[in-house]
Every structure is written in C-alpha cells, then in structure tokens.
Design a protein around this ligand. Structure first.
Ligand code: ATP
Length: 270
C-alpha cells in the first residue's frame, strides 16, 4: 500500500544542512501496523513528515497505492505528539473533531454523525461541548485521535503519539490504537523511541540506525493477538524480541548461543 524507496532528507538550503535520513526503504502492506523505532534524533519525525507529504524528500520517493506522495494525501491522517499545539483551544472538542470534515466538504449531518462515532470510539462521547484545555493530557490526545478517526483515513500516521502522557495513560492509549485498528481496519505507521511500545503494538518493527538513518532491520512481530499489557509482556517471546530490538538500537551484538544459557530469564529465548 505504502512504498518508501531510497528516501533521503537533508535540511538547509538545497539540502546542504543536517542529513536526517540517509537512505530508507520499506513498504507497508494494507491493514498492517508498522512501528518505526530508532535512537534519539535519528530522523523519525523527519521520516514521518516526509511520508505524509508535509516535507519534500531530498531524493527517493514515497508512493501510496501506486501514486507518488507530493502533498498530504486525502486518504491519510496524521496524529502528532504535541496535542496541545494540534488542537484549537478556542473550539470545543466537537468542533475540533469536525473541522477537517467541514474542510473536506461533508454535510453538517454527516459531520455530526462521524464526530459522534469517533468520540465514542475514544470514550469521549460526553465531552463534545467541552474545550480542550478543560481536559487532561491523555483526554486531549484522545480528541486528536478522534479527529483523525472521524476523517476515516485509509492510513493513519502517528508521531510519538503518547510521549507527552503518563505511563498508565500511555498503556491505555496503546490499547486504544489496537482497538481502533480492529474496529476501522486501517493501515497504521507509528513512530516511537520506546522499544517496549514498538514490540507491543507492531505487526512489524522497522529499526533505524543513527542519523543519517538507514533501515537496520525489519522485524516481524509474531506475538499472539489480541495483545494484553500484562499477558503479552510476560511472554518469553516478548522479552526476546525487545532484547533483540534493544541490541540493534544500541549496536550491541546478539549473545552467542552458548551464552544464552547464562542470560537472565527475562532476556532468554522463547
Ligand atoms: N526543521 C529542521 N531544520 C533543521 N534541522 C532539523 C529540522 N528538524 C529536524 N532537524 C534535525 O534533523 C535531525 C533529525 O531530527 P528528527 O526530529 O527527525 O529526529 P527524531 O528521531 O524524531 O528525534 P527524537 O528522537 O528527538 O524525537 C536532528 O539532528 C534535528 O536536529
């Protein structure tokens, strides 16, 4: 569905400044949830913005269902980390959610129906007439997610969407994304620096190197679904996958087979 081919992005005039993305190639299949993870500052946000058509690549291409992405495509929605800046403080929650729908040319009745359905999906149906600043950080991020959902995108891009909330809320929002994915059947690309989160959420984890980033590894996550914050994270396979991704990001070699017997249980093989 989405093809990223030899993508490179450098900042500065004529791309002669910071080289954020060196050479990144990967594809995302229809309905897949791909998590991109990498060391701090490796260019994850730059990659997501380039995929969304908000930034132009220095070279390489992004193709969505065979069409080159040169501007934000109509079938794509993006959720950013910073909900405080992405919601309009002078609009109610309901108006924040319907704003992109009005711009899309939907009728008032259709906007309302889509808004109500999306707010119900994130458990905020009773908060439509409140203002964002009256809600907690986690609730505001749920509004931002509802706004993306109401738009009914075929593909949802999420940039560190839970970085600004506390750990408990983060776990709830992770599960919300998995539920939404089931309910709406959409394709999702999510960027994070959190290794546990990448393994917990992903069908596949794409591990980036340091900047200028390339793809170090594309790892299939064959953990059972539905995932569960306690059950899944207790599985030896989860511990093995997270250790694998951790080593890849830290550039540490896998232990030799003989050393595995000495590895603590939580890092052992499934
Ligand atoms: N608008 C910009 N102009 C110039 N350089 C930029 C710009 N945006 C990002 N950079 C630089 O590009 C590099 C990659 O930044 P980016 O934010 O994409 O990385 P990241 O992996 O998302 O970072 P983090 O882990 O901190 O979220 C960094 O060195 C950053 O300073």
């Amino acid at each position: 569905m989405l093809d990223i081919q030899n993508l490179a992005k450098s900042y500065g005039k004529d791309g002669d400044g910071t080289a954020a993305i060196g050479d990144v190639t990967f594809s995302v299949a229809e309905g897949e949830l791909v998590v991109v993870v990498g060391p701090s500052g490796c260019g994850k946000t730059t990659l997501l913005r380039t995929i969304s058509g908000l930034l132009r690549p220095t070279s390489g291409s992004v193709t969505l269902r065979g069409r080159p992405v040169t501007e934000p495509p109509a079938e794509m929605a993006v959720v950013f980390q910073d909900y405080a800046r992405s919601l309009m403080p002078w609009l109610t929650v309901a108006d924040n959610v319907t704003l992109p729908l009005r711009n899309k040319g939907m009728s008032k009745a259709d906007c309302r129906a889509a808004m109500e359905k999306a707010l119900a999906s994130v458990d905020l149906e009773r908060f439509g007439d409140r203002y964002p600043w009256e809600l907690s950080g986690g609730m505001q991020q749920r509004v931002a997610i509802a706004r993306a959902l109401a738009y009914e995108p075929q593909i949802l891009l999420m940039d560190e969407p839970f970085a600004s909330v506390d750990a408990q809320t983060r776990a709830d929002l992770e599960d919300l994304v998995l539920e939404i994915r089931e309910q709406y059947g959409m394709t999702i690309v999510l960027v994070t620096h959190d290794i546990d989160e990448s393994v917990y959420l992903g069908d596949r984890v794409v591990v980036l190197t340091r900047r200028p980033s390339t793809v170090l590894e594309s790892l299939t996550i064959d953990l059972p679904s539905p995932r569960d914050q306690i059950e899944t994270k207790q599985l030896p396979a989860f511990a093995h996958l997270r250790a694998h991704v951790y080593r890849a990001i830290r550039n540490r070699p896998e232990p030799a087979a003989a050393d595995l017997a000495l590895t603590p249980a939580h890092e052992g093989r499934a």
